[in-house]
Design a protein around this ligand. Sequence first.
Ligand SMILES: Nc1ncnc2c1ncn2[C@@H]1O[C@H](COP(=O)(O)OP(=O)(O)OP(=O)(O)O)[C@@H](O)[C@H]1O
Ligand SMILES: [Mg+2]
Length: 490
Amino acid sequence: MSDRERARQTGPAGPPPGAGKSAPGPGSVAVESRGISEEVLREANEGLVLATVNAQAMTDAAEQAAAQLREANESLVIATVNAQTLAQAAEQAAAQISYTAHLEAQLLEAQKLETLGVLAGGVAHDFNNLLTAMLGNANLGTMAAEEGRSVAPYFAAIEKAAMRAASLTRQLLAYAGTGKPVMAEVDLGIVVKEVIQVFTASLPRNVTLSCDLAERLPLVHGDATQIFQVLMNLVTNAAEACQTDREGRINIRTREEYMDEAALGVGHWVLPLTPGRYATLDVRDTGEGMEPEVVKRAFEPFFTTKFTGRGLGLAAVMGIIRSHGGGLWVGSEPDCGSSFKIFMPAMADSALMPPPEALPQAWRGQGRILVVDDELAVGQVARSMAEHFGFSVLDARDGLEAVELFRLHHGELAMVLMDLIMPGMGGQEAFREMRKIDSTVPVVLSSGYNVSDTDLFVEGLAGLLKKPYRLAEFQEALQRALAMRLLPPG
Ligand SMILES: Nc1ncnc2c1ncn2[C@@H]1O[C@H](COP(=O)(O)OP(=O)(O)OP(=O)(O)O)[C@@H](O)[C@H]1O
Ligand SMILES: [Mg+2]
C-alpha cells in the first residue's frame, strides 16, 4: 500500500492516528503532536503536489479543448462562408444556364429566319418559272382550242406546274412553322403518288423516278404535309446524288413490315425502333452513295457536302419522323447508291388500304351551294367544280354578303363553302352568324394556311378544305359535308 493510499484510508473515517497505544505520559505530547503533524504535513504536501499536477493536467486539457473549440469555430466560419459562396455560384450557374438557353433560342430563331430568307428567295424564283409554264400553256391551249386541236396536254402541263407550286408553298409554310401539325389517318401510298406527280416534270433527263407500292398498306397516324415534306427532301437528295453524265434511278417503295429484335440489329439506325408492325417507305437511288463518315453526319443540321446545299433536308426529315414516333434506317455504298428507309408505326386497328385510286370516281350531287371567296379567280374555280358535280351555285364576295344571302336562301341550300380569311367579316364569324340562322346547313371552310379544324375552335363545322385543291379534294370535302347533314344531330 502506498503512503498516499494509506493516508486516504486513515482519513477522517478511520481510527485516529496512534489509537490503541498506551496513553502518553506528560511531556511527550509536543513530540507526538510534532510527529503527527510532520506526517500529515508530508502527506498534505504530497496531496498538494498531486493536486497541482492534476490541476496542471486539467488546465492543459482545458486549453487543448479551447484550442479545439477555436479550430472548430474557425472551420465553422469557413464552412459558412463556403456555403454562401456555393449558393452564390449555384445562383450564377442557374442564371448562366437560363441565359444560354435564351441565346440558343435566339440563335435557332435567327437560323430559321436565315433559312426562311434563302427559301423564300428560291421559292420566288421557282414560282416565276412555274407561272411562266402555266401562262405559256394557257396561251398555247387557247390557240389549240381555236384551231380545234386537243387542249388536254396543255391542261395536264398546267396542273403539274400548279401541283409543284402547291408543294413549294407547303414547304415554305412548314419551315415558317405556321400552324401545328395536323394529325390524321394518312395513307402513305397517296403521299408517294403526290410526290411523284410533283417531281416527274422537274427531274433531269437522265434520272427516272418510279414507285413500287404495296398492294395493301396499313394507315399511319401523322401529318400528311410533313410526311410529304420528308419524301420531297429524300427524293431531292436522291436526284442530286445522281451524276449528270450517267443514268440514274430512284425508286420509292412502300411495304407493311413486322420488325423483330433480330431485324432491328442490322445496319445503321439513325432513329431506332421497338419491335412491332410498321408501314415502311424506302427511297433508293443509284447515285454516288456516301462514305461511312458522311452517313454518320448526314442528319446533323447544316451538314452538307454540296456547294449550294444548306444541310437542312435530312435534319428536317429526322425531326419530323422522330415527332411521329417512327424509325429511320440508312444504307449506302460509295459509287453504288443509297437507301433511306422510314418506319411509321401502323395504326392499331387500321384497315389495310388498297392502293389509291388515280382518279376520283364518278359522283354527282344535287342542290344549291353557296360559295364565298373574296378572290374572284378562286370563287370561279369553286363554282365551276360545283357545277361540274351537278350543283347550282350562289356566290358571295365577303362574310357579310354571305350571311345576307344565307338568311334569304338557307332553306334551299345543300351546303356552304366559304373562305376562312376575308377582309371585313371573315369565314369564322360568318359561320357563327349562319349557325344562329340555321344550324342544319353544313358549312365547309377553306384556307391556304396550315390550319386544322381543332385550331379553329368552331363547333359544328362540316370540314376544312385546304387550298390549293383539285377536283378530287373538292369532291371529297363536299361528299363528307353532305353526309354530315344526313347524320342525326349530336
Ligand atoms: N441520297 C443521297 N446520296 C448521297 N448523299 C446523300 C444523299 N442524301 C444525303 N446525302 C448527303 O447528306 C448531306 C446532307 O443532306 P441534307 O439533305 O441534309 O442537306 P443538303 O442536301 O446538302 O442541303 P439541303 O437539303 O438543305 O438543300 C448531303 O450534303 C449529302 O452529302
Ligand atoms: Mg437535301
